[in-house]
Write a new protein. Structure first.
Ligand SMILES: Cc1cc2nc3c(=O)[nH]c(=O)nc-3n(C[C@H](O)[C@H](O)[C@H](O)COP(=O)(O)O)c2cc1C
Length: 187
């Protein structure tokens, strides 16, 4: 089982990279799955520039960068979205990275590690509606990293409570992914 931890901020100096690295480090000892970090920023995606709607493109994308992103996402069974809250919602960069594909997400699992001044809770709630359109299976629980209290001196210092939350969410994601298989829908 392969899980991608997707860092959904492309902002220079983003805290998301610290959150993604923490999730990966926390998951290192698990033998049920491998966890890898994907930074959306590394893929240099344009704002949706494909003439064909992704759900109808059958993975035949025009832009080589979309194809590279498609190949990467396709290779995973499930995902952890490291989701910043921007203006009470999801980050535009991550929403665009989601929108440019479709079958690569469909029928797979996802868990959320939100972060922001209120733990990214509103962003994650919005993500739940978005991923439902791709028939994804989301874990019930989520992790809420507070950028005001969990980054003393600018460095992520997760509390025991936060670490326990992450353990629970990863347990749930691994169980869900193994029960569903990969992917649940042949699209
Ligand atoms: C454009 C923008 C809008 C933001 N809006 C919110 C918000 O509505 N609620 C919140 O809790 N934090 C908000 N923040 C704070 C971010 O959640 C926080 O800066 C976080 O570190 C952003 O993720 P990043 O550092 O990985 O880019 C906003 C930040 C940016 C850049």
């Amino acid at each position: 089982m392969k899980i991608a931890i997707i860092v959904g901020s492309t902002r220079p100096g983003r805290l998301g990279s610290q959150v993604g690295a923490w999730v990966a480090a926390h998951a290192t000892d698990r033998d049920e799955a491998t966890f890898e970090v994907l930074e959306v920023a590394d893929f240099g995606l344009s704002l949706l520039d494909e003439a064909t709607i992704p759900g109808a493109a059958d993975r035949e994308y025009e832009n080589p960068r979309t194809r590279e992103w498609s190949t990467a996402v396709d290779s995973y069974d499930g995902f952890v979205f490291v989701a910043p809250e921007y203006n009470h919602s999801v980050s535009a960069a991550m929403k665009n990275a989601f929108d440019v594909l479709y079958p690569e997400w469909a029928g797979k699992t996802v868990a959320f590690v939100g972060y922001g001044a209120s733990g990214g809770i509103r962003a994650v709630e919005h993500w739940r509606g978005i991923v439902a359109n791709a028939s994804m299976f989301a874990t019930r629980n989520q992790v809420a990293v507070n950028t005001l209290t969990d980054f003393p001196g600018g460095e992520l210092a997760p509390s025991d409570r936060l670490a326990a939350d992450l353990t629970g969410v990863l347990d749930e994601l691994v169980t869900l992914t193994s029960r569903i298989g990969s992917p649940a829908l042949a699209i």
